[in-house]
Design a protein. Structure first.
Length: 498
């Protein structure tokens, strides 16, 4: 009875998990409506459709490829086609686009011949690889001639890799900026992994998007408040704990003490969290009074005691106003009360038991402006960390890196045909032709098109074939590939000096 109950519980949990997915976990429903009719539109005798994914341009000249493994594991692995799912799709699509359009026979063929496993081959650049735009990142083709229509049926799902790829790219660009200023104004880059904290969970469009975007950020940094991100990294990339956080105040935990009780609220933070790093939002009423009078006078001994005991720092968080101005003024007030240390490069640093975090108005663009203003005023980037939410996980779209999925080759009646588009109204949308490889030439990535590549030099790796994940990456593997050049260079220097 116990075993039966456990089995029933597991079954019910699996059903609930599938029902929690949009489209009820039915891969047949995860497509754009117009694709339902495409099996009727290809030339007679079509046997193979070969398509590719690339970033055609965009905001950043390099792209960090990430997230395909999540999509494959989540949606494509195993028997994803069943009779029940086919019947559900037929019912939905007969009502949605009209009877006779849905490819019932095609899906039944996949069920009967392939046991519901998708006859596709997906090749991709290893996740975490940093590739200049205008290079192929993924190729997809059908492995069963009767399923030529399937390649682009899954375009809708596969193109969603744009999101983790773009978040990882934007986050890495932020890391490059912060690393640059640390290298110029700090003794070392040791603090870099915790310099940009993910505040984006609440601003995401869904828990799943927060998980995907948050995990993408964690390729570059170790700080996050997006719990869903560490779960995704654990479940889909085998990382036991990808990110870390600390006790921190929000406005309600300070303002509930009332304005007159702000000092008591701050004292409570120090007393309840005497060990380790703790962050306290300090702009509820008057950030200058909070820094100068409360932290700098009334609670100064308690703050300094953290340093005497070798505990983690108090992190003061301003959360309003013009970021470059507020950050420098906050540092100046805290520095006047607690003193500063001049580092080896001649820049001021707060004592090790005191730091600030700027979590308002933080983006790729503003980080550089804030750090440049700090530098002009003699402050090291060591004294600050950043928190970013909407700009990190939401202020991005598929056109940020101009992501596109296009057919480039077909086999029709046994003959190969190069396929491309070149709109007269926008030659920037010119697509690549033929079968492709991604190769290295003189230290640079080069996409070879029209079948001219050398398969032995191809950097694209088969990751999925006929329902199976055939190549899996760990989060650590991905992080190593995504590391910024300056960090690699400084690590190599340090190693050579040992």
């Amino acid at each position: 009875l116990i075993e039966s109950a456990r089995g029933l519980y597991a079954f019910e949990r699996a059903i609930r998990a599938e029902m929690a997915l949009p489209c009820n976990g039915n891969i047949l429903l995860v497509t754009d409506s117009y694709k339902l009719s495409h099996h009727l539109q290809y030339p007679p005798g079509t046997e193979t459709i070969y398509s590719y994914f690339e970033c055609r341009g965009g905001k950043f000249p390099e792209t960090v490829f990430f997230g395909l493994q999540y999509i494959i594991k989540r949606h494509l692995v195993g028997q994803v086609v069943t009779k029940e799912k086919i019947e559900e799709a037929k019912s939905v699509f007969d009502a949605h686009v009209g009877p006779g359009i849905f490819n019932y026979e095609g899906w039944m063929h996949i069920l009967e011949k392939h046991d519901g496993r998708l006859p596709l081959r997906i090749k991709a650049v290893p996740e975490g690889t940093v590739v200049p735009y205008k290079n192929v990142l993924i190729t997809v083709e059908n492995t069963d001639p009767q399923c030529f229509w399937l390649t682009n049926y899954v375009e809708t799902l596969l193109v969603e890799v744009w999101y983790p790829t773009t978040v990882a790219t934007n986050s890495r660009a932020c890391k490059e900026t912060i690393a640059k200023y640390l290298d110029e104004t700090a003794d070392n880059l040791d603090g870099l992994p915790f310099k940009l904290h993910d505040f984006g969970f609440r601003g995401s469009t869904s828990v799943e998007s927060a998980a995907i975007g948050g995990a993408s950020h964690l390729l570059n940094f170790l700080g996050t408040d997006t719990v869903a991100a560490v779960i995704l990294a654990r479940d889909y990339y085998g990382c036991k704990m990808a990110g870390f956080s600390i006790p921190a105040a929000e406005h309600s935990t300070i303002t509930s003490w009332t304005r007159e009780g702000e000092c008591a609220a701050f004292r409570n933070m120090l007393e309840k969290f005497p060990n380790g790093t703790v962050a306290c939002v300090s702009d509820s009423y008057d950030i200058w009074n909070a820094c100068g009078k409360i932290w700098g006078e009334q609670l100064k001994e308690l703050v300094e005691d953290r340093g005497k005991r070798g505990q983690g720092p108090l992190v003061v968080r301003p959360d309003s106003g013009d970021p470059p101005t507020v950050v420098v003024k906050t540092l100046e007030i805290l520095g006047s009360k607690f003193g500063t240390i001049t580092n080896s490069k001649g820049y001021k640093v707060l004592p090790p038991y005191l730091r600030i975090i700027q979590g308002d108005g933080v983006s790729y663009e503003s980080i550089g402006v804030i750090l440049e203003n700090m530098k002009k005023n003699g402050w090291s980037a060591d004294s600050i960390a950043f928190g970013s939410g909407g700009a990190l996980l939401q202020k991005l779209n598929r056109d940020t890196q101009k992501c596109a999925f296009k057919c480039s080759h077909a086999i029709i009646k046994g003959s190969g045909v190069n396929v491309y588009k070149d709109p007269i109204t926008d030659h920037g949308k010119l697509s690549k032709k033929g079968r492709m490889t991604l190769e290295m030439s003189d230290g640079h990535f080069v996409t070879k098109t029209e079948g001219t590549g050398d398969s032995s030099k191809d950097l694209l790796v088969t990751v999925f074939e006929n329902g199976e994940l055939v190549k899996e990456y760990s989060f650590d593997d991905v992080r190593v590939r995504a590391e910024v050049p300056l960090v690699k260079h400084r690590k190599a220097q340090a190693k050579s000096q040992v």
